[in-house]
Design a protein around this ligand. Structure first.
Ligand code: NAD
Ligand code: AHE
Ligand code: ZN
Length: 378
């Protein structure tokens, strides 16, 4: 079939809207009509060319919601008409990782996903006409197993979460990454306790969901740190109690500022910037003896984190989280319920919506710090 998609032909270039060819679902796969997709900073990171797994040409996008339109042989858990959220962290329930119940990092299809292809090693996307002038064989790669910047996409059955049908696509698409990552980091990874003091570095689409999660579990002080003062009002609305701008207090004073505000250091801190220097600050502002710092941000290829081992010797803990530790097919439908029951706020974080043709504007708004989440509605 034909579908419209925003194609990333090469690193650092704007996406272009193309009509491309999409093969139907093979065994164990489903065809999904994407109804809406958010634009996450990770899409911008890969487009920048600094993702070690970034492949071009590709169809980016991993924060979507849509409707199953067709299923391949052997698919049993969803059927045409079902509403689903694509999962860049699938849940096969059979691999060593899934069975361990110790991680959400399902390994069933991770290798091919990182290579931009489906589990059989091939892509379902082609763009013969334009491809002839831009690449040799017309193949376009998948991205994070999702490619939600295409109106129609094909996913493995284990990479879709079936969700209720009364939930609006243009809001619940955000649960496909940002909402689940931020809230899940608090609940699943850190297990923040009521009364804990929390520091959140980066008040964007992920960090604000960390703040929302921290408030949900009854955190006491919630300190937000961002270079952009315009993020402050939204963060306060979501539960931030104190704000630090490193440009105003001095980057070298941020750690002490958090320690002072929290009476000795944060019980939990979160990096939602992707900056390795910030990750160090996030660790070192944690309370001696028990403070835990959770890395959410994705850093460019080649970047490394550093700290004095003494920071860990004296009891601080450094952890990371992918998709907030959530098991997609199990947890995502519950998070959709939380939204529909008014337990979490998504609407206010979606500051912009736009048609696919204006997707590059969504990236611009993110880079300019003017949006929290932009959502493309097909
Ligand atoms: P965003 O652009 O919406 O927000 C980033 C925020 O960080 C902005 O408000 C920006 O002003 C702030 N910031 C940048 N540099 C800073 C600094 N030095 N000090 C303080 N604040 C700073 O991005 P997002 O969509 O919220 O994503 C945040 C990060 O999380 C990205 O690195 C993204 O790739 C990553 N991410 C990880 C996962 C995961 O599963 N681990 C999931 C989604 C996103
Ligand atoms: N390809 C990147 C990895 C980027 C990364 O860490 N991605 C997160 C999700 S970010 C969503 O916005 C993730 O799920 N990581 C676990 C995994 O298996 O990829 C790189 O840096 O090489
Ligand atoms: Zn994301």
């Amino acid at each position: 079939m034909k579908t419209r998609a925003a194609v990333a032909w090469e690193a650092g270039q704007p996406l272009t809207i193309e009509t491309i060819d999409l093969d139907g679902p093979k065994a164990g796969e489903v065809l999904v009509e994407v109804m809406a997709t958010g634009i996450c900073h990770t899409d911008a990171y890969t487009l920048s060319g600094l993702d070690s797994e970034g492949k071009f040409p590709a169809i980016l996008g991993h924060e979507g919601a849509g409707i199953v339109r067709d299923v391949g042989a052997g698919v049993t858990s969803v059927k045409p008409g079902d509403h689903v959220i694509p999962l860049y962290t699938p849940e096969c329930r059979q691999c060593k990782s899934c069975l361990s119940q110790r991680t959400n990092l399902c390994t069933a299809i991770r290798a091919t996903q990182g290579q931009g292809v489906m589990p059989d090693g091939t892509s379902r996307f082609r763009c013969e006409a334009v491809g002839g002038t831009r690449n040799t064989d017309g193949v376009i790669f998948h991205y994070m197993g999702c490619s939600t910047f295409s109106n129609f996409t094909v996913l493995p059955e284990i990479a879709v979460a079936k969700v209720r049908e009364d939930a609006p696509f243009d809001k619940i698409c955000y649960i496909g990454c940002g909402v689940t990552t931020g809230i899940g980091a608090v609940i699943n990874t850190a297990k923040v306790w009521p009364g804990a003091n929390v520091a959140v570095f980066g008040l964007g689409g992920i960090g604000l969901n960390v703040i929302q999660g921290a408030r949900m579990v009854g955190a006491d002080k919630i300190v937000g740190i961002d270079l952009n003062n315009d993020k402050r009002a939204m963060a306060e609305k979501f539960g931030m109690t104190h704000f630090i701008n490193p440009n105003e207090v001095g980057a070298d004073k941020v750690v002490q500022a958090v320690i002072d505000l929290t009476g000795g250091g944060a019980d939990f801190s979160f990096d939602a910037t992707g900056n390795v220097n910030v990750m160090r600050q996030a660790l070192e502002c944690c309370h001696r003896g028990w403070g835990e710092s959770i890395i959410i941000g994705v850093a460019e290829a080649g970047r490394e984190i550093a700290t004095r081992p003494f920071q860990l010797v004296t009891g601080r803990v450094w952890k990371g989280t992918a998709f907030g530790g959530a098991r997609g097919r199990t947890d995502v439908p519950k998070i959709v319920d939380w939204y529909m029951d008014g337990k979490i706020n998504i609407d206010d974080l979606i500051t912009h919506t736009m048609p696919l043709d204006e997707i590059n504007h969504g990236f611009d708004l993110m880079h300019e710090g003017k949006s929290i989440r932009s959502v493309v509605v097909y």
